[in-house]
Structures are given as C-alpha cells and as structure tokens.
Design a binder for this molecule. Structure first.
Ligand SMILES: Nc1ncnc2c1ncn2[C@@H]1O[C@H](COP(=O)(O)OP(=O)(O)OP(=O)(O)O)[C@@H](O)[C@H]1O
Ligand SMILES: [Mg+2]
Length: 256
C-alpha cells in the first residue's frame, strides 16, 4: 500500500462533550496520518485541552469515537482502553513529573509498573530516552533541580519510553520562560523529523508553520477552519486563523 492510500493512524470521529451544562466539544472530527504533525490553535476556552483529553480518554467523550490503527478505543472494554491509552503519549503544559523521583526514575517508573521491565532494563531505557532529549547528564537530578525546559524534556522522554504510536501535546511550552522555549521546540521538531505522529496545541505559530501540514483552528468547541499554514496564514487570506495570529503576535510581541 502506498503512503497515500494508508488509512490514518488516528481518527477522531464526531466527538462531543458536555461539562457541567456547557457543550464544550461539538461534533469534532480530525485524523492524523502516520508521521504527521497537526497543530491546534484558537482562543482560550475553545476546547483544545478538552479535545486532547477526550482523545486520550482522560475525559471520556459523550459521543463519537477515537480509532487508533483501525481499532476503536471504546470497543475493547476496560483492559482494551488501558492498552489504547498506553499507545498514546500525552505531554502537559505543567510537565506532571513526580517531584520525589529523579529524572531517570520519572522515566523508568511506567516501564517498570506498566511494561513490567526489570529495574536494570527500565533504567537503561530511561537513560537512552534522556540522552535523546539532550539530558544524558541530568538523570540523577530531581525535578526541583531542573529548569522548566529540562522538566518538559524529561516528560517527553517519559512519553517516548512507552513507544507511543501518537503523541498529544497540550501547549508544551506555554509555562516556560522565553529563553527555554527553543530547547523544547527543538526536541519536538526533531521528533517530528524522526517520524513521530503528533497533535499539538500551541501558540508558537512561527515554529508550527514550518513543521505542520495542517493547522486546525478551534473556537467554541468546533473546528472553525483547517488547512495548510500557507493558505491559512497568508496575509490577506481573510482567515480566522490569520486574524487570531495577528492579535496573538500583537499581544506577545515579535519572537514569541
Ligand atoms: N470540568 C469542567 N467543568 C465545566 N467546564 C469545564 C471543565 N473543564 C473545562 N471546562 C470549560 O471548557 C471550555 C474549554 O476549555 P479548554 O481548557 O478545553 O479550552 P482551551 O482551548 O484548551 O483553552 P486554553 O487556550 O486557555 O488552554 C472552557 O470554557 C472551560 O471553562
Ligand atoms: Mg488548554
């Protein structure tokens, strides 16, 4: 089968979610081919984080389904859902590391608990993944001893150690000081080049436009528009995305 005729690795079909009495996601569909990086942008409260969490079933959707490599997440019962979730790596804005564990034990823990690796095997793999994100010499340090950019790279190493088929990233650089953003974006760019499939909510449009083939603009729980960056971001395109990004760069100043 040629790459063009391969089915998508991840299909999100008609997801809806109500929280409290508010419809947060309204019939959202998208798909990712193997190796693609797609970018979610849009105003605060538009539903990006909720969508990523529904795809990972941290928040189960009310309607619709998520299909990974042709298998619906909800089809296989509880055990099947656990297996599904292990195949998707999730990166959060605030890193979600265990403060009482060293960097290498943060990475090794799921390998031991979930993948049942021996201690030696798990540590060996953890060190390899830390080296891959440029932290070969930081394995013994605790989160409190790491910069924000280093913490986020540990959390990326932890996700990679589980051999995910897809990674979901929720504004992975928005909690970082400006001078630390580049090191995390560099790791994400490298991952994308190595063929990782990713869906990433970010406001780093300058970065994203060079790596993505599709920007998905979400507003009020819906995909308002989606398309290649050249089409959506060109000045004069009149797109909501271009308008939003112009406002964003006014607020943040050039370079952010
Ligand atoms: N547990 C909850 N109960 C009720 N409403 C919620 C809950 N969680 C999120 N929401 C609402 O869902 C909407 C979408 O939030 P979400 O965090 O998905 O948006 P977002 O696009 O990620 O925004 P941001 O850019 O600020 O991260 C918001 O109006 C939020 O207040
Ligand atoms: Mg969010």
């Amino acid at each position: 089968m040629s790459a063009d005729s391969m089915p998508p690795i991840l299909e999100v079909k008609n997801i809806s979610k109500t929280l409290g009495s508010k419809l947060i996601l309204d019939d959202v569909s998208l798909s990712l081919n193997k190796g693609e990086l797609k970018v979610l942008i849009g105003p605060s409260g538009g539903g990006k984080s909720t969508l990523l969490q529904c795809i990972h079933y941290l928040i189960p959707p009310d309607a619709g389904e998520v299909v990974l490599e042709g298998r619906p997440a909800s089809g296989a019962g509880r055990g099947g859902l656990c297996a599904f979730r292990q195949e998707i790596g999730m990166i959060f804005q605030d890193f979600n590391l265990f403060d009482h564990l060293t960097a290498e034990n943060n990475v090794a823990m799921a390998l031991r608990k979930v993948k049942k690796h021996s201690k030696a095997e798990a540590l060996e793999r953890a060190r390899r993944e830390l080296a891959r994100v440029g932290l070969a010499d930081k394995g013994q340090l605790y989160p409190a001893q790491l910069s924000g950019g280093q913490k986020q790279r540990v959390s990326i190493a932890r996700a990679l150690a589980m051999d995910p088929k897809v990674m979901l990233l929720d504004e992975p650089t928005s909690a970082l000081d400006p001078e630390l953003i580049g090191e995390v974006l560099g790791v994400i760019a490298e991952l994308s080049r190595s063929g990782m499939t990713m869906l990433m909510a970010t406001h780093q449009i300058g970065f994203a436009r060079n790596l993505t083939n599709e920007i998905i603009f979400m507003e009020a729980g819906k995909i308002a528009e989606a398309g290649p960056p050249a089409a959506l971001l060109s000045p004069g395109s009149g797109s909501r995305t271009a308008d939003f990004c112009a406002k964003l760069s006014e607020l943040m100043g050039p370079g952010r």
